[in-house]
Design a protein around this ligand. Structure first.
Ligand SMILES: [Zn+2]
Length: 339
C-alpha cells in the first residue's frame, strides 16, 4: 500500500488535493491530467481513501488501517464506482456510463462520499462523453468524480470545463532510475540508466522496456536501420523485408513503443546537429557513435521532416491503414536518406 509520501515526483498535485481536504473545499469533479504511468491512479486511490478514511493522520494521509481504507485497497468499497477501458484499444462504452447514472442515484452505503473514478477518459466515444456530461451537469449531492486522462486534446471542452484540472508531471529521470535500481537489482546499472532515459518520464513505460523485452527489439531494429551504412538499392529492399517481417511478429503496442524510440533517436540526432552534443541531452546513449555520425552529416530540418513522417506512420498503423505497405515505404525511404 503506497501512501502519499511514497509517491515520488507529484508533490504539486498531492499538495493541492491535501489542501482541498484540509480546507473542506473538495470540488465535485477532478480531472487528473498527465502522461501515462506517472502515478495518477495511485494518487487517486489515496485521495479516495483520504476522503472516506475514518481516522486521517495529522499529516493528512489516510490511515490505511481502518475498515474503509482496507476496503478501498481491496476494491470492495461499496461507495466506489470504478470504470476503466479494458485495454489500450478498447473504448469506454455508453452502457458503462449509464451504469454510473443508476448507481449514483442510490443512497451511500458506508462511506462519507460516493466516488466515481473513471480512468483514461480519452478512450470514450461521443455518445459516452455526452452521457458523462449529462451526469456531470447535474451531480447528485455527495458524489465526487475523479477522471484521469493523458491527452487533453481528445476530451471535449464541455467536460474539462466542469472539472478542476490537477496536472501531473512526467517523472524526472533520476526518480525513475533510483526506482529501477531498487527494484531490478540484478540488472546492469548502465542498462537501467538507458531505460530510465527511454521511458521519457513514465514509470509504467520503464517497467515495460525491461519486462516485455522491448530493449532487445529496439537494439535489433536500430542495428538494422541505423548502424549499417553505404547501402545499394537491392540491399535496402532486402533489409527492409527483414525489418518489416520481424515487426509483424511484434504486438501492436510494442511496434508503437519501438517507433516512438526511433523518434527519440531522430530527436537526439537533431539536437546533435544543432550543437547540443553532450550525452546529458541525449536519450539513446548506447548508439552515441551513430548519433554523432548521422548528426554531423545531415541537416537539422531533415530530422524534423522525419519526425513528422514517423508520427504519420504511427497514426496510420493505429487506424490499421495498410500497415505493411506503410512500414515498407517508410523504411525504404529512411534507409536511403540516412545510410
Ligand atoms: Zn483509514
Amino acid at each position: 500500500m503506497k501512501l502519499f509520501r511514497d509517491i515520488k515526483g507529484q508533490d504539486r498535485a498531492i499538495t493541492l488535493l491535501k489542501r482541498a481536504y484540509r480546507n473542506s473545499v473538495i470540488t465535485h469533479a477532478y480531472l487528473f491530467l498527465g502522461p501515462p504511468g506517472v502515478g495518477k491512479s495511485l494518487v487517486a486511490k489515496n485521495f479516495i481513501k483520504l476522503i472516506n478514511c475514518i481516522s486521517v493522520t495529522t499529516d493528512t494521509n489516510p490511515c490505511n488501517q481502518c475498515v474503509i481504507c482496507k476496503k478501498i485497497e481491496s476494491n470492495s468499497f461499496l461507495d466506489l464506482i470504478h470504470i476503466k477501458p479494458e485495454s489500450s484499444k478498447d473504448v469506454i462504452k455508453i452502457d458503462q456510463i449509464r451504469e454510473i447514472e443508476e448507481k449514483i442515484s442510490y443512497k451511500k452505503f458506508e462511506g462519507k462520499e460516493k466516488i466515481v473514478f473513471i480512468e483514461d477518459i480519452e478512450q470514450m466515444n461521443n455518445s459516452s462523453f455526452n452521457a458523462l456530461l449529462k451526469t456531470l451537469e447535474e451531480p447528485p449531492e455527495g458524489t465526487i468524480f475523479i477522471l484521469t486522462a493523458s491527452n487533453e486534446e481528445s476530451i471535449p471542452k464541455t467536460i474539462t470545463s466542469r472539472c478542476q484540472t490537477v496536472l501531473f508531471n512526467p517523472l524526472r529521470e533520476d526518480i525513475i532510475y533510483s526506482h529501477l535500481i531498487e527494484n531490478y537489482s540484478d540488472e546492469d546499472s548502465d542498462k537501467l540508466l538507458l531505460v530510465s532515459k527511454l521511458s521519457q518520464g513514465s514509470m509504467t513505460r520503464a517497467k515495460e522496456w525491461l519486462e516485455l523485452n522491448i530493449l532487445e527489439r529496439r537494439w535489433e531494429l536500430f542495428n538494422d536501420l541505423i548502424v549499417i551504412s553505404d547501402f545499394k538499392f537491392p540491399k535496402v529492399i532486402a533489409r527492409v523485408e527483414k525489418i518489416v517481417s520481424e515487426l509483424k511478429g511484434d504486438k501492436f503496442y510494442i511496434i508503437g513503443v519501438l517507433l516512438d524510440s526511433l523518434k527519440t533517436f531522430l530527436r537526439d540526432s537533431y539536437l546533435y546537429s544543432i550543437g547540443l552534443k553532450q550525452q546529458d541531452y541525449l536519450i539513446n546513449i548506447d548508439f552515441f557513435s551513430d548519433i554523432e555520425r548521422i548528426g554531423s552529416k545531415v541537416k537539422p530540418e531533415i530530422f524534423l521532416k522525419w519526425e513528422n513522417r514517423l508520427s504519420k506512420l504511427t497514426l496510420d498503423i493505429q487506424s490499421n491503414v495498410n500497415t505493411e505497405t506503410s512500414l515498407n515505404s517508410f523504411f525504404i525511404d529512411f534507409l536511403l536518406e540516412f545510410s
